[in-house]
Write a protein that binds this ligand. Structure first.
Ligand code: TEU
Ligand code: CA
Length: 558
């Protein structure tokens, strides 16, 4: 799979990469499949589901962190970068997973969490032992303010100050996430050398690349108050590229909440020597409140959503590469967030898949999205497990928010919406475990589960499988230029992809009622029905009636 790098015939056009036509599937190991009944998903569970993933047709698995960790943030707090968390398995099992996946043409992406470590990482244990310990400079320490308080007003992403006092040595250390996730000091060349060594150790084990956690933060200049886009951020990424994956044919994707179309090209422009692509979050954060963030979200606005996608499609049209996603382990379920999970769960989930997968970029499917899994109806805070949700609950109530108002916000946006167990079957605990799951299963598993989806050829699962296969057989889906239409229409998403005389026309309704659509003359065409969610459509006419959440794509040649 990784060696199919060939080139487009025309000069000056993007050199082709294997990951251009690939689809990535994200696994949150803790919630995917439990093979030993302890209620926690594990590597054995993943190996047991590779046939399912092969059937879906994906090319790459992005594994959320599997490294040794006290699990303060479910593995995004690593205490040993070169070992597997015992609850997930062993290095031998990991090697077995890499081999078994490779046999099915699937590569494994590891989650590189190097903005911070766990406070139990030996580097931090050393660093806090004394001010003159050789590892002190692996982290970011500052003296207390003159009144003894925090060195600055900087806030943690999980709420509260980003500084915690280490009483033994009398200084504060920085943590942009929980206090158990101290930030590494990337200005220290020894830190960078250790990380590159570790990355090469994993690359040598045959992995297909890395997803890089909050990578826009590693160049932070704390005293200047600059977190993302620090002066040396891109020097570090270019150095990492040179020292590790540069000569290898792998996929690298950076998580960059701060990225704009302008800064994106610095990370993934083809001559930059940095990353294959990044995750940008504009379509996510445009729904967040300016001051309360995701805990008070704005109503769905298709015009704004389309504008954002179109802007990114255009900005990275000639250089760089987009990653395409609705959800991940930090975000609500796609069908609950952008579709209608009550009235049109199947049709709206298929429409979301169609509009995402037919854009230009590499699509990412978050586990369960392919069967239309939904947000959870948890009613009590005791059902939640996520550190961010629990911290924000405490802080919001202290600030005067009512309990039920918080739960309402959490139902919409808590990270646990994405983290309930994968729904495999109608068996107890959704077939995820024969023990007690670490977080409750969504009660709708009796209707929404992989068993039922695989057996039903009209399911959301088979719709995804078809989209993944279409990308493989149609260069126009991979490389075609993108143009949007009816930008101001509040209920439909319409775009075309064009490559060398081939055109794909995508038409999708986001309305829960039937609608009459007037289409411009230039869109009218007849050809081949590529994908649909009601009945096949092979002709785009000037006037069309769309059923609730109806979507389809037509391929025209010549
Ligand atoms: O997330 C980065 C991040 O900023 C999130 O905390 C985000 O603000 C929030 O989840 C939005 O809902 C990455 C990982 O994806 C996340 O799981 C980790 O908790 C975090 O980094 C720290 O490693
Ligand atoms: Ca287990």
């Amino acid at each position: 799979m990784q060696d199919v790098t060939h080139h487009l015939p025309q000069a000056g056009v993007l050199p082709r990469k294997w990951w251009h036509s690939a689809t990535v599937y994200q696994i949150y190991p803790r919630s995917f499949a439990d093979s030993n009944s302890d209620g926690i998903g594990d590597l054995g569970g993943i190996i047991g589901k590779l046939d399912y993933l092969e059937k879906l047709g994906i090319d790459v698995i992005w594994l959320s962190p599997i490294f040794r960790s006290p699990m303060d943030d479910n593995g995004y707090d690593i205490s040993d970068y070169q070992d597997i968390a015992p609850e997930f398995g062993t290095l031998e099992e990991f090697d077995r997973l890499v081999r078994a996946a490779k046999d099915r043409g699937i590569g494994i992406l590891l989650d590189l969490v190097v903005n911070h470590t766990s406070d139990e990482h030996p580097w931090f244990v050393e660093a806090r032992a004394s001010r003159d310990n050789p590892y002190r400079d692996f982290y970011i320490w500052r003296d207390p303010a003159p009144d003894g308080g925090v060195p600055s007003a900087l806030q943690s992403n999980f709420g509260g100050p980003a500084w915690t006092l280490d009483p033994a040595t009398g200084q504060y250390y920085l943590h942009l996430f929980s206090r158990r996730q101290p930030d590494l000091n990337w200005e220290n060349p020894k830190v960078r050398a250790e990380i590159y060594r570790m990355m090469n150790w994993w690359l040598d084990r045959g992995i297909a690349g890395f997803r890089m956690d909050v990578i826009d933060l590693i160049g932070k200049q704390v005293d200047a108050g600059i977190l993302s886009d620090g002066a040396h951020l891109h020097d570090y990424l270019q150095e990492m590229h040179r020292e590790t994956f540069g000569p290898r044919d792998v996929l690298t994707v950076g998580e960059t909440w701060s990225a704009t179309p302008g800064s994106a090209l610095l990370y993934c422009g083809r001559d930059r020597g940095e990353l294959s692509m990044i995750f940008q979050f504009e379509h996510v954060t445009q729904r967040w409140d300016e001051s309360f963030g995701k805990w008070r979200s704005k109503p769905f606005d298709l015009v704004a959503l389309k504008a954002s996608f179109t802007k990114w499609q255009q900005a990275l049209a000639a250089d760089g590469w987009n990653s395409l996603f609705w959800g991940n382990h930090d975000l609500p379920r796609a069908v609950s967030r952008y579709g209608d999970d009550r009235r049109f769960p199947v049709q709206s989930a298929k429409t979301l898949a169609t509009v995402l997968h037919l854009m230009k970029g590499t699509p990412y499917i978050y586990q369960g999205e392919e069967i239309g899994m939904t947000n959870v109806p948890f009613e009590r805070i005791s059902e939640y497990r996520d550190i961010e949700t629990l911290n924000m609950h405490r802080l919001s109530l202290e600030a005067g928010l009512a309990e039920d108002a918080f739960i309402k916000g959490a139902n919409e946006n808590s990270r646990d919406n994405a983290r309930t167990p994968m729904q495999w079957s109608a068996a107890p605990q959704a077939g995820f475990t024969s023990g007690t799951p670490w977080i409750a299963v969504n009660p709708n598993y009796r209707q929404i589960n992989a068993d039922a989806a695989v057996r039903n050829e009209h399911s959301v699962f088979h719709h995804h499988a078809k989209l993944i296969a279409l990308r493989k057989s149609h260069d126009v889906i991979v490389y075609g230029s993108y143009q949007s239409f009816l930008d101001q229409h509040p209920d439909v998403f319409v775009y075309t992809r064009v490559l060398e005389g081939e055109r794909v026309t995508v038409i999708a309704s986001f309305s829960g009622t039937p609608l009459e659509l007037e289409l411009p003359g230039e869109l009218q065409t007849a050809g081949e029905a590529l994908i649909w969610n009601y009945s096949p459509v092979s002709e785009v006419r000037g006037r069309m009636t769309l059923q609730p959440y109806e979507s389809f794509a037509v391929l025209t040649r010549g």
